[in-house]
Design a protein around this ligand. Structure first.
Ligand code: 5RP
Length: 221
C-alpha cells in the first residue's frame, strides 16, 4: 500500500453504515472511493455526494450511488485530498479544478477529513499556486485585480484552450510564494468581482490523515 492508499484506507474506516458521505476529487480521493466501493459491495448502505463529474463517474463504476447535493440536508463525513496542508490544518485545494464543489461539500459536512501523502505537509502555504475559480466574462480584468494582491496569475490551460470547470468557469493559478495570513487573503480574493471561489480552505478540516511511503499513517486534528 503506497502513502496515498494508506491515508485513504484509514479515512474510509470512519464511514459507518447509514452515513451521508462527501466524495472528494483527485488521485488520493480515488483510493478512498475504491475502498468505499469495496465496502458497499459487501453490503454497507450509504448515501454519497460527489465533488466533481469525474468523481461521480468513478463512484458509479465502483457501485456507489450518487445523490444530488440538494437531495441531502447535511453530510456526515467528507473525505478529500489537498495540494498543501499547513500545521494549523489550513489547506490549498483545487489542483484538480474542483475547488468550488469541494468547498460547498466540505462546508456542508459535520466532519471533513483530509487525506494526503507526506509531501503535502508544508510550513507555510503558497508554494503551490493557489487556484481561483473565476467567471469567464472580463477574466483579464479579474486577473489584474488578483495580481494586485501580490501574485503572478496564470490561466489554467487544457489542450487547445482554457481549462473549464464543471461549473463552466475558468481557473487562474495564482503564485503567491508564501501566504502569511490565509484567512485575510481568502476574503480579499473573494471580494474581487468575477471571482467565484478560491482554493484556500481555512479552519475547515476536522482532521488530516497523512500517509507515508512505508505504509504507515499519522492523524492530525
Ligand atoms: C482537486 C483537489 C485535490 O484534492 C487536490 O488537487 C489533491 O489531489 P491529489 O490527491 O491528486 O494530489 O483539490 O480539486
Amino acid at each position: 500500500m503506497n502513502a496515498k492508499q494508506a491515508a485513504a484506507h484509514k479515512a474510509v474506516q470512519y464511514i459507518k453504515d447509514g452515513m451521508i458521505v462527501g466524495l472528494g476529487t483527485g488521485s488520493t480521493a480515488y483510493w478512498a472511493i475504491q475502498y468505499l466501493g469495496e465496502r458497499v459491495k459487501q453490503g454497507m448502505q450509504i448515501t454519497a455526494v460527489a465533488t466533481s463529474d469525474q468523481t461521480e463517474r468513478l463512484a458509479l463504476q465502483c457501485g456507489i450511488k450518487i445523490s444530488d447535493m440538494d437531495a441531502v440536508d447535511h453530510i456526515d463525513i467528507d473525505i478529500d485530498g489537498a495540494d498543501e496542508i499547513d500545521h494549523r490544518l489550513n489547506l490549498i485545494k483545487g489542483g484538480g479544478g474542483a475547488l468550488l464543489r469541494e468547498k460547498i461539500v466540505a462546508a456542508g459536512s459535520k466532519t471533513f477529513i483530509v487525506i494526503a501523502d507526506e509531501s503535502k505537509m508544508v510550513k507555510i502555504l503558497g508554494q503551490f499556486p493557489l487556484p481561483v475559480e473565476i467567471i469567464p466574462f472580463g477574466w483579464q480584468h479579474t486577473s489584474r485585480r488578483l495580481a494586485l494582491l501580490g501574485c503572478q496569475t496564470a490561466m489554467r490551460q487544457k489542450e487547445a484552450g482554457p481549462f473549464k470547470t464543471d461549473n463552466g468557469n475558468y481557473i487562474l493559478d495564482c503564485r503567491f510564494g508564501s501566504i502569511s495570513d490565509p484567512a485575510v487573503l481568502q476574503q480579499q480574493i473573494n471580494s474581487i468581482p468575477g471571482v467565484v471561489e478560491n482554493g484556500l480552505f481555512v479552519k475547515m478540516a476536522s482532521a488530516v490523515v497523512v500517509g507515508y511511503s512505508d505504509g504507515t499513517v499519522k492523524e492530525f486534528s
